[in-house]
Design a binder for this molecule. Sequence first.
Ligand code: C5P
Length: 236
Amino acid sequence: MSDIKPVDRLIFPLDLPNWAAAEKMARILNGHVGWFKVGLELFVSEGPEAIRRLRALAPETKIFLDLKLHDIPATVGLAMAAAARLKPEMLTVHAQGGPAMLRAAVAKAAPETMVLAVTVLTSLNPAEMEELSPEQRAPGQLVKTLAGRAKEAGCHGLVASGREAALLKETFGADLRLVIPGIRPAWARVAGDDQKRTATPAEALRNGADYLVIGRPIRDAADPAEAADRLVAELT
Ligand code: C5P
């Protein structure tokens, strides 16, 4: 298991429509999670200002800018250079953008930014994956190919489902950090949950997760800060 402090493994997604909602949650969780993830919804609605405000509000908390960039190398390089001014500690790109795009992303990232590659969106089902890449039928093969490409391009880690974590850790060892969403502690009840293949925090760690994205089990708890503390205790 990698040597990361338990609280620094916990990433909370600020999947919220505007700064007012994000600020409320960030104030509640400040000091209880290691990371805030800012995704497309908040970034498209509030722009870079959301990152600046978050820094001011929670200077000790790291920021994961989850933009999943995917375009031609020049465009992604320029977007990365612009993002570098915000100095997020993590930023995502799509491995399917190809080696040149991945290299451009890594080259333009701020020195403190870990560039993480998304391999295959977990929203794709096996039939859709096969249509995308008929020659890579073996389960996990496409994910493995894309992960290898990300590593060669200099990416620092991957976003992966708990299902693939063990295989990726075994193949790429300590070279690539793994960020795993879809985590459900045994005590969490998430109404109408759309995450089907979940893992508990302990299972994800055993499978090689370095960082865990945990949203609704914290957000929907009666006391979100206490829920975050319970999760951190499970990550030791
Ligand atoms: O814990 P919860 O399911 O609420 O976390 C949702 C977060 O995890 C969202 O930010 C979502 O984008 C992210 N995510 C996911 N499933 C994936 C990849 C990312 O739910 N396969």
